[in-house]
Each structure stands twice: as C-alpha cells, then as structure tokens.
Design a protein around this ligand. Structure first.
Ligand SMILES: [Zn+2]
Length: 417
C-alpha cells in the first residue's frame, strides 16, 4: 500500500500555473519542522468546465517538485470520481477520492443488510468507545436502518476501489472515500458503521470525508454551531481510532475535510483535537488558490486590475448559470453584489479588500468572493489572454497563493498552538 503521511493538504490549481507557489507553502511548514504533504486535486467537474486533462495536474506537480527540490512524497488526486468517470484519471493519479454520496439512501439487497447486521452484533446495544463524548446506544433496528441507508454506497466504493486497484496495483494507490456532497451529515455512530462495512468490503481506506454538521460554503468561513462541530469532530476521531483496531483498517486512516479552505473559525477546534489525540488530518482546498490569482491580478494594477474587473463583470452577467452547479455550497446575497459599473471605478486596494478573505475587514464582501469563486469559467473562456496575464502578474500572484495557503491555512491548523 502506498501510504499517505499524517498531515496532508489538498490543493487545487485550476489553471495549472500555481503548483510551485502552493508547494512553497509546504516548504515553509517544513522549515518549521512540520511535514505537510501536498496532494494536487482536481475533480472531473473542474476538468470538464476548464477543458483540461488529469495529465496536466501531474505534469505541473512534477515540475514544481523538481523546481523546488522537494524530496518528500507528493500525490495527484482523482477528486470525486465514480465508476463511470475514473478511467481518464488512471494514468496520472495515485490518490483516488471515491465519491459515493449519490448512492446513499439507495437500498442494498435485504439479504446483504441482514448479513451485515448478523456479522456485527457489536454495533447494537451500548458501545463505549474511548474518547467519545457519550456512549452510543443503538438497537438492532437502528443498525438495520443505518445499514440499509449506507450499505449500497459502501458496496459501490468497493467496486470502484477494485477497478482502480486492478488497473494500477493495490500497492500503488491511496484510497479516500467521500460522502460529503449530500444533504444530511453523517453522525459518529453512522461513521462507525460505514467503517465496519468498508472493512468488510476490503477497501483499505486511508482517508474518509464525511459530511460534517454546519455549512461548508466555497471559499468563505464555516457557518454553524462551533461547539457541536468540535464535539462531532472529536467523536469522529475516536470512532476512527477504534475502527482501525477493531476492523483492521489501515493504521494511518484519518479524516479528510472537504471544502476545507477558509474555514478559519473551525481551525482552532480542529488543531486542538488533532494535537490532543495525535490524529492525522487531510485538509482539502481547491478554489481558494484561484481567488488568490484574481487578487494577484488586482494587486498588480493596470491591465491586471482591468482583467480582474472584467472577470467580475462577466461572472455577474452569468451569475445564475455559474452558481447552478454549486447551489448547495454557496450563499450569495445578490443585494450585496456591487454593480459592474461600481467595480469599474475601484482602485487596486478597493478590489483586493473586497475579495481577500479577511473577515474582520469591513470592506470584505463574502458575496462577491463567492461569486468570483464560481466564476473561474469566465477566466477559462479568456484562454491564453488569462494565462498570459498570470505570467505578467506572477510575483503578486505567487506571493498571494503561498501566503494564503501558509499563513491562513497550514499555520493555524498544523503549526501554531
Ligand atoms: Zn468533496
């Protein structure tokens, strides 16, 4: 088995120009004595919108590693793949995020549910797990109901995993299972059942991405009950440690937090929990880097600032179309979006202040930020004009990409406190 390190960060590089600036953030963490392994991720949806192929993610990661002399591991993630979309990722990727959220709630065969419940009498009754806030109390009927809800998803994960392992070799891949893109969060007792089922299905899962309580909107802070989040997060860590021993799952199995960028208010609770327990963590980010590109253009001024304004105006015009695929993970208040005409009159400083994620800054505009977050298609349609501007504005862009990832993400999560 290819083994994922204890701390890792998923980074998304929509236009394949920031791998070096992203890797630099991991270099800075290393200089503080903390190993954070980069995983370049790009989903099928992003590839389709941009018109890129997984090989481009591999190529830019390889080039960054060579340029910075990075001697530690790094990975390329086939992000949110399913049986029908995995093929084109097979040559380039060694990390697979197996997305089975769509299978949740699809009934498994009643015999399979019964066999599962018979095989796992330990899941019914009162279960005391070290580190869990209060014992789980469930009946056989509860276990049957939860198994009926998740067993099909786990079986699908098994089928996808076997396809990948068959093509690549089980020892050459890292498997993640994700269930985050669904309506209801998974509770810690549900997570335990899912892990038991994954072990039965012989999926050597190294990271699991449940849906947590609260809202994980794209590119902005967490919205939800912080006390409840911390309790659930710690319970999940305890469940994972227990399941590793009980069901023989990989010893390095850890939580993966998707839409993990910019969730500043939960980094403190997460930091304390992983420090207290010694658990690992995968934080998946993606679009936050694209936003730093736009900040870099605006900060540079002149033609860069003009293009940043053009991107905003284009996104505003196509707002409904751009927001549709992300409807469940954004909260844009249309009344807070300035007109294109207003933005046209902005200075560099005004544009940067509205977009940069500094919640304490009164000029910060979360609605504008989320609109630009989903607006990368506008830049994709500019083609070389956009890519050439990235090169022209490279010093400001890379400074913002590295600074955002290191100062606002890696530092509070893995280094401070
Ligand atoms: Zn996800």
């Amino acid at each position: 088995m290819l083994t994922l390190a204890k701390y890792s960060v998923g980074v998304g590089d929509r236009f394949a120009h920031q791998a070096k600036a992203q890797l630099q953030a991991c270099v800075l963490a290393g200089a503080q004595g903390v190993e954070v392994i980069p995983v370049w991720n790009k989903s099928n949806r992003e590839h389709t919108i941009i018109g890129s192929e997984p090989s481009s993610v591999r190529a830019s990661g390889d080039a960054a590693v060579k340029a910075l002399g990075w001697a530690k591991p790094y990975h390329v993630d086939a992000d949110h793949i399913r049986l029908e979309t995995v093929d084109r990722f097979l040559p380039a990727c060694d990390f697979y995020t197996i997305d089975v959220a769509d299978s949740i709630g699809h009934a498994a065969a009643p015999e399979a549910v019964k066999a599962f419940v018979d095989r796992h009498p330990e899941l019914a009754g009162t279960l005391e797990i070290p580190g869990v806030s209060s014992p789980f109390t469930t009946t056989r009927a509860d276990v049957e109901r939860v198994a009926a809800k998740y067993l099909k998803a786990v079986q699908d994960a098994g089928a996808i995993y076997r396809k990948i392992a068959g093509a690549k070799g089980a020892d050459k891949i890292i498997a993640e299972v994700s269930m985050d893109e669904t309506d209801a969060p998974q509770t810690p007792p549900e997570l335990l059942l899912i892990l038991a089922a994954l072990a039965d299905e012989k999926v050597p899962v190294q990271t699991i991405a449940p849906k947590f309580t609260g809202r994980f909107n794209k590119g902005v802070d967490y919205v939800g009950d912080l006390v409840q989040f911390e309790k659930e997060f710690r319970d999940d860590l305890a469940v994972i440690a227990f399941a590793v021993k009980k069901y023989g799952l990989p010893a390095n199995l850890k939580l993966s937090v998707h839409s993990g960028s910019d969730k500043f208010s939960i980094y403190g609770p997460m930091r304390r929990a992983i420090r207290d327990t010694g658990a690992g963590l995968h934080l998946k980010t993606a679009g936050t880097t694209w936003l730093e590109e736009v900040i870099g253009l605006a900060e540079t001024g002149g033609a860069g600032l003009d293009m940043a304004k053009e991107i905003y105006a284009g996104a505003l015009k196509k707002k409904d179309e751009l927001c549709a695929p992300y409807a469940t993970v954004i909260d844009i208040d249309a009344a807070k979006l300035p007109t294109a005409e207003t933005v046209k009159g902005w200075t560099s400083e005004q544009f940067v202040a509205a977009l940069r994620h500094e919640p304490a800054n009164p000029a910060f505009n979360a609605s504008l930020r989320q609109l630009i977050h989903v607006g990368f298609k506008i830049a994709a349609q500019m083609g070389d004009r956009y890519l050439n501007m990235l090169k022209t504005c490279e010093p400001a862009v890379s400074r913002n990409v590295t600074g955002n990832l290191y100062d606002r993400h890696l530092k509070p999560l893995f280094i401070e406190g």
